[in-house]
Ligand binder design. Structure first.
Ligand code: AMP
Length: 187
């Protein structure tokens, strides 16, 4: 199964993605996690991306495309994957389609959209800021990330909708309840 998880920051893509990993035994590929690891390790890529991430902007397409391409080429991703946080704009979605065909892999099966209101998102991210202390979980940055999502990433709902791949799931409620909705939507 080849899935893309769509949804605003804090919509639960990471958490629900982990549950899908456990259920289907395919890897989750999170560009945000990969970038944070690069920042932490102080690699040249991490150094380059840090200021952009801290400001809540999208890092350059070439950087995230390189990360995904490398990861999708690995053996364990051949039988399927869950993409969390990629694609983030239409150009990335187009590159993903091309990349899969170049790698000789089937196309994305479904894009799962976790729908959560902006108000709930701000509440969740402020809460996460207190618990995890992520540099990009400050209120002004949070609002900017939501704006970037609405402008850049939201159009992907149409991109996958037009290809009959979009499923939308309400992302509010208990974790198990939301997960059940996802599984039902994938049937
Ligand atoms: P996330 O953990 O997915 O919210 O990502 C954290 C930050 O990493 C984002 O705010 C962006 O700065 C950067 N990032 C992650 N994925 C992408 C992507 N696909 N395209 C551009 N920037 C990304």
């Amino acid at each position: 199964m080849r899935l893309v998880l769509l949804g605003a920051p804090g919509s639960g893509k990471g958490t629900q993605g982990e549950k899908l990993v456990a259920e289907f035994g395919i890897p989750k590929i999170s560009t945000g996690d990969a970038l944070r690891a690069a920042v932490k390790a102080g690699t040249p890529l991490g150094v380059k991306a840090k200021a952009t991430m801290d400001a809540g902007q999208l890092v350059a397409n070439e950087i995230v495309i390189g990360i995904v391409e490398e990861r999708l080429g690995q053996e364990d991703a051949r039988k399927g994957f869950i993409l969390d946080g990629f694609p983030r704009n239409t150009a990335q979605a187009q590159v993903l389609d091309q990349m899969l065909s170049r790698l000789g892999q089937p196309a994305v099966d479904k894009a799962v959209h976790l729908h959560v209101t902006d108000e709930e998102i701000v509440k969740r991210l402020l809460d996460r800021a207190q618990k995890e202390g992520r540099a990009d979980d400050k209120e002004d940055v949070i609002r900017h990330r939501i704006a970037v999502y609405n402008q850049e990433t939201h159009p992907l709902l149409d991109y996958y909708g037009q290809r009959n791949k979009l499923v939308t799931v309400q992302g509010v409620g208990g974790l198990e309840e939301i997960y059940t909705r996802i599984l039902d939507a994938l049937k």
